[in-house]
Design a protein around this ligand. Sequence first.
Ligand code: PGA
Length: 244
Amino acid sequence: MAGNWKMHKNAAETAAFFGQFLPAVRNTEGREMVVFPTFVNLAAAVGAARGSAVEIGAQNVFWLKEGAYTGEVSAPMLASVGCRWVIVGHSERRHYFGETDDTVLKKTAAALDAELSPIVCVGERLEERESNATEMVLGTQFTAGIAPLSPVQFAKICIAYEPVWAIGTGKTATPEIAAAAHHFLRTEIRRCFGDDAAAACRILYGGSVKPDNIKGLMAQPEIDGALVGGASLDPASFAAIVNF
Ligand code: PGA
């Protein structure tokens, strides 16, 4: 269960979140939990979550280790403050900041080199779904952004299917729509990496996941977890999702 805070929460709000969230998930078993604060609050979040089952990740990463790249943050830098995860290719990064399948691939490889676990995001826009292009879009994002990884690299990533029309809109994909997309992605994984990799790969669903729809989504065998935006900002609601 991954909570993507996007550009929300200052230092005090980050501390307050962990103060309420950690007690609420103290007895949670069998669930992996990751929170993705903004870069500036990563180190504090790592400190706050230390000793708990909650891990911390970053929302983005650059693909080179260091150099004259004003404003960028490298994977080894993230690892050095205790980050364990990173989101790569979120649709907001693809659409507002010009990320491409090529940069997604480079960032994923760089994250793996630093022993971070990447959650690589794919998903179609509304007009693509309405013109029956969903599988074409997912297939292209997979083929160009994920398939070139080596089998060893692939075994260490999670994929997040996030239909762009469902993100922040309150329009969750139905469990059946999400499961069909996950099934398509798993078929692509099988084609490129084989049966075992397809069975083992964790595919998260993201897009307006809330406490009241998580159960139905997670009832789908194809759905292995959730990447939660808005509902992860509130400790009680994210705890309810984690403990669905
Ligand atoms: P949302 O965001 O849950 O607010 O729709 C999901 C995401 O973008 O990861």
